[in-house]
Write a protein that binds this ligand. Sequence first.
Ligand SMILES: Cc1cc2nc3c(=O)[nH]c(=O)nc-3n(C[C@H](O)[C@H](O)[C@H](O)COP(=O)(O)OP(=O)(O)OC[C@H]3O[C@@H](n4cnc5c(N)ncnc54)[C@H](O)[C@@H]3O)c2cc1C
Length: 307
Amino acid sequence: MTSLDYYASEDLLADDERAARDRTRRFVQEEVMPEVVPCHRAAKFPEHLRTRMGALRLFAPYLKEHGCAGLSYTAYGLIMQELERADSGLRSEASVQGALAIYAIHSFGTPEQHARWLPGLVSGERAGCFALTEHGHGSDPSGMETRAKRVGDHYVLNGSKCWIGNASIAEVKVVWAKDEDGRVGGFVVEKDAPGFRAQDIEGKFSLRMSRTSECWFENCRIPAENRLPKASGLKIGLDGAGDYEGAITRLASDPHDGSGQGAPRADFFGEAQQCLDGAPVRAESARHPGRRRHHRYLFCHPSPHES
Ligand SMILES: Cc1cc2nc3c(=O)[nH]c(=O)nc-3n(C[C@H](O)[C@H](O)[C@H](O)COP(=O)(O)OP(=O)(O)OC[C@H]3O[C@@H](n4cnc5c(N)ncnc54)[C@H](O)[C@@H]3O)c2cc1C
C-alpha cells in the first residue's frame, strides 16, 4: 500500500493491473518527466512519445484485438492516472488516440476498415483525432453544422471543427457530420484529403502541451467507403461496459427533437440520472471470482444495496 492509498485499493488490484500501472509509471518517470518542463513551456508535445506509448500498448488497452493490450477498465484507469501524473497533455494524447479515434473505428467500422486503420493507430505510428466539437456547438453537438453530401462514390464534407486534439497532424481523422437525411455519421478523413485544412490553437494555459486545432472542410472529398457504417446518430459509447455507461455518453441521440433548438439538455441530465441509478445495481451484480467487484467503485453516498 502506498502512503496515499487511503481506501486500500491496492489490495483490490489484480496482478496484471498492478503490472500495467507500474510499467506506465516507469515509462513516465524515465522517459517523460525529463521532457515535461521544456515541452510545457514551449507548448509542444514530444511527438516521438506516441510510438513509445504504442509500443507499451497504452492506447485503448481495454480492447483485445488489433494489438491492444486486452486489459481491464481498472487497468485503463490506472494507466491514465500515471500518464496524468506527468502532464494532462500526455493523458490527453492517449485519450484522443485510444478512447476516441481507435474506439470509434473499432465500434463503428467494418472489419476492412479495422484492418486498414487500426494497426497504425494502435502502434502510434499514425496519429488519430476525433472531430466532434464545432465553433458554436460544444456541449450540445446536436447543433452540428458540418455536412456530408454523397456525390457518386465520394462524400463531400463542408463545415468546420474547433478544439480538436491533433487535428493538424492526424493521418486518420474521425469526423462527425450530418448527412443529407440529417443523420449524424462518422467519416474518416485521411491525410492529404483535398479540401481539408487545419490550424493549431496557440497560447493555451491548460492542456498546454497538447496540440489542439481548428479545422475546416471546404468541399473536402473522401471515398464513400470511408464512412463508418455502424455510426448513426450521436451514439458515442466510450466504453460499452454497460447500458447505463453508454447512456451517459449518448449526449444527444436524436438531433430531430422538434424544438428547432437542438436536443434539450434535459435529455442528457435524464441519462446522467439513469447512469447514477444503474451504477450500484450493476456493481452489485458484477462479480469477479473470489471478490466482489463493487468494492472497485467509489460511491458518493451509501449504495441502497449495502446495508
Ligand atoms: C484542450 C481541449 C481539447 C479538446 N479536444 C477535443 C477533441 O479532440 N475532439 C472534440 O470533438 N472536442 C474537443 N474539445 C472540445 C470539448 O469537448 C468542448 O470544449 C466541450 O464539449 C465543451 O464545449 P464548449 O467549449 O463549446 O463549451 P460550452 O458548450 O459553451 O459550455 C460552456 C459552459 O457551460 C456549461 N453548459 C453548457 N450547456 C449547459 C446547459 N444546458 N446547462 C448547464 N450548463 C451548461 C458547460 O458545462 C460549460 O461549463 C476539446 C476542448 C479543449 C479545451
